[in-house]
Design a protein around this ligand. Structure first.
Ligand code: PLP
Length: 281
């Protein structure tokens, strides 16, 4: 069934949605994006997504074409028009349509598009079994804190991981794990969760932000420091977070079993707590 999508102020059937080939998103990947999880018809962590979107836009000197309240309405409208109860809403803003020049156009109107994608976020089969991860080199740029639509390195990395039979690739730089191609990376040793601190080297995950708060409230210690692949292989548990996976156990890294090779208690607890809070919030 055809979805209704949003393009520059209009809700249209997906087959009628059009963006110019001169759009700078298409020619330069000159834009930023957000993906918000939808659980039981509720938008999860929406305010945090909008906060990060505003920051990404500021970093690339792009004005937001609508208010945050209008963005919220667009999201609600997309959910209603597409009967979306569980899944995601993807949205992006680009610098708009102009003749192909590297410098920013003076009078271009930014492009805003958004669409829904159905997914079973709460009960996918791999949440029970856990997933495999393959390590890959981090070949990205120096501003990974900006949620840029330039995702070729991540697509290449995810494909390389997939070809090794893994669900996600953990990108590695100087022996240290930066993050997943589309997720934040964590390891667990004893009762301590370790994840990399925020910097320009990683994206500030919205799910990470909520997870850290929940861990504190649950009296689970979080250590924010970079960790090595060697440490990850020796961990009791590992997991990833993102809007589309929530909290997902990692049971194998580079064909080495992590802990028992089954989702561990800390990861399970964090997944349960995250989903419970999302549903209640
Ligand atoms: N890191 C990268 C590189 C990502 O692409 C994503 C999500 O797409 C994340 C982390 C997780 O971010 P969030 O929890 O906001 O979905």
């Amino acid at each position: 069934m055809s979805r209704t999508v949003y393009v520059n102020g209009e809700f249209v059937a997906e087959e009628n949605a059009k963006v110019s080939i001169f759009d700078r998103g298409y020619l330069f990947a000159d834009g930023v994006y957000e993906v918000t999880a939808i659980i039981d018809g509720k938008m999860i962590d929406f305010d945090y997504h909008m906060e990060r979107l505003s920051r990404s836009l500021r970093q690339i000197a792009l004005d937001i074409p609508v208010t945050i309240d209008e963005l919220r309405t667009i999201h609600h409208e997309l959910m209603a028009r597409n009967n979306l109860s569980n899944g995601m809403i993807y949205m992006h803003i680009t610098r708009g349509v102009a003749d192909r020049n590297f410098t920013y156009p003076e009078n271009a109107r930014s492009t805003l598009i958004a669409f829904t994608q159905q997914a079973n976020l709460v009960n996918p089969p791999h949440a029970e079994t856990g997933v495999k991860v393959a390590t890959i080199p981090d070949i990205r740029w120096a501003r990974r804190d900006i949620k840029s639509i330039a995702l070729l390195p991540q697509a290449m990395g995810k494909q390389a991981a997939y070809e090794k039979g893994a669900y996600e690739g953990w990108m590695v730089e100087d022996g240290l794990v930066t993050e997943g191609t589309s997720s934040t990376a964590y390891i667990v040793k004893g009762a301590v969760i370790t994840t990399r601190p925020l910097s320009n080297s990683i994206l500030a995950g919205v799910t990470r932000r909520t997870l850290l708060t929940l861990a504190q409230e649950t009296n689970i210690t979080i250590e924010q420091r970079p960790f090595t692949v060697k440490e990850a292989l020796a961990a009791d548990e590992a997991f990833i977070t993102s809007a589309s996976t929530l909290v997902l156990p990692v049971v194998e890294i580079d064909s080495h079993k992590i802990g028992t090779g089954r989702p561990g208690p800390v990861t399970r607890k964090m997944r349960e707590t995250y989903i419970k809070t999302a549903r209640e919030g």
